[in-house]
Design a protein around this ligand. Structure first.
Ligand code: SAH
Length: 347
């Protein structure tokens, strides 16, 4: 789509393009679902060859490829073949930073059905996911191993998009023991520890997530400098760290639940420790921010939300932390740094 609007583009044309974007994302989803980007990694193929490989209807598949090639995803080349492009390669499953799993997760069955019930969320204040899928999202992932693995891979891909920027703007050298709370597949902790040869870490997440991560580590890298600990951050968080990370965690949760997680971090953190929250920090008013749509995704999926700096401040204060500073990154995520304040009162 041509997003280089001149003043002559009418509001009606711009609105039509927004509608059209729905078809674009459905087409991208279908291409990834059929693993077309993977199939084209070995070289250009005709729609008929591809259709044979992925069990598709040749003419229909051709039309999908033609549409996607019109926006730079694939390219029609000689003898009616299609080849990969830089854009389609982001959707290969085997490239570092692959966005294939993100597409399968965010545009796939469960999330697509949840978004179909957005109006239900608006009327009721409840996550549409629960109505569409008949279960809460974290229960859904606990009960469905395949989507749970897709979530881990999707978060790993997204993490690779933002991590070098976070490492550039934030100095991790003062820290010896880093606890990643809700750390998922460990991509963030991996990247930090790779730059901090003396530091160790704890990757903390739900037990089944930790078991998936453990299996992956055995397959690939044997001697990681972190412990894997399974549990719930609503019960207890491993203590003794001087840096606690909450990346893309608090936005999944209501204010009350977020305060519980933060209080458990407060109970675990060293007195001179530091807490980093990585989430979008919403700018006020009409300022554009991807976080404002990520916020709707959270409304639909989990009943969570994106927050402004003031809203993070309120949560942190309620849990015994003080917000120190907010560091924006080039991506939609910011780094919110907080430190423990008054001695913890047990409730
Ligand atoms: N921090 C990771 C993952 C973010 S997704 C990253 O940035 O890539 C949110 C994570 O919270 C998931 O890994 C999920 O398993 C974890 N989570 C959800 N409920 C949890 C709970 N009760 N205790 C611990 N972790 C939980």
């Amino acid at each position: 789509l041509d997003t280089n609007h001149t003043d002559s583009t009418s509001p009606f044309e711009r609105m039509f393009e927004m509608v059209y974007n729905f078809w674009v994302t459905r087409a991208v989803y279908a291409a990834v679902r059929l693993a077309i980007p993977d199939q084209l990694a070995s070289g250009p193929k005709t729609p008929a060859e591809l259709a044979e490989l992925v069990q598709a209807h040749p003419r229909s598949l051709y039309r999908l490829l033609r549409a996607l090639a019109s926006i730079g995803i694939f390219e029609e080349c000689e003898q009616g073949r299609f080849r990969s492009t830089a854009l389609s390669d982001t959707l290969r499953s085997d490239v570092p930073g692959s966005l294939a799993s993100l597409v399968l997760l965010e545009l796939g069955d469960s999330h697509h059905r949840a978004w179909g019930e957005l109006v239900h969320s608006l009327r009721s204040g409840e996550p549409a996911f629960d109505k569409a899928m008949g279960t809460k999202i974290w229960q859904f992932f606990a009960d469905n191993p395949e989507p749970a693995l897709t979530l881990d891979r999707a978060m790993t891909g997204l993490t690779m998009l933002v991590v070098s920027d976070i490492l550039n703007i934030y100095d991790f050298t003062p820290f010896n023991k880093i606890v990643d709370v809700g750390g998922g597949a460990g991509g963030f902790l991996d990247a930090i520890l790779a730059t901090q040869p003396e530091a160790t870490g704890i990757l903390f997440d739900l037990p089944y997530v930790i078991e998936n991560t453990r299996a992956k580590i055995v397959e690939t890298v044997a001697d990681k400098r972190y412990e894997l600990v399974g549990g719930s951050f609503f019960d207890q968080i491993p203590s003794g760290g001087d840096l606690y990370l909450l990346k893309w965690v608090l936005h999944d949760w209501s204010d009350d639940a977020s305060i519980m997680i933060l209080k458990n971090c407060r109970a675990a953190i060293a007195e001179n420790g530091t807490l980093l929250i990585v989430d979008t920090v919403l700018p006020p008013g009409n300022l554009p921010a991807a976080g404002k749509f990520i916020d709707l995704n959270m409304m639909v999926l989990s009943g969570g939300q994106e927050r402004s700096a003031e809203e993070f401040d309120i949560l942190l204060t309620a849990a015994g932390f003080r917000l120190n500073r907010v560091l924006p990154t080039k991506s939609s995520s910011s780094v919110v740094e907080a430190v423990p304040v008054e001695a913890l009162t047990h409730t």
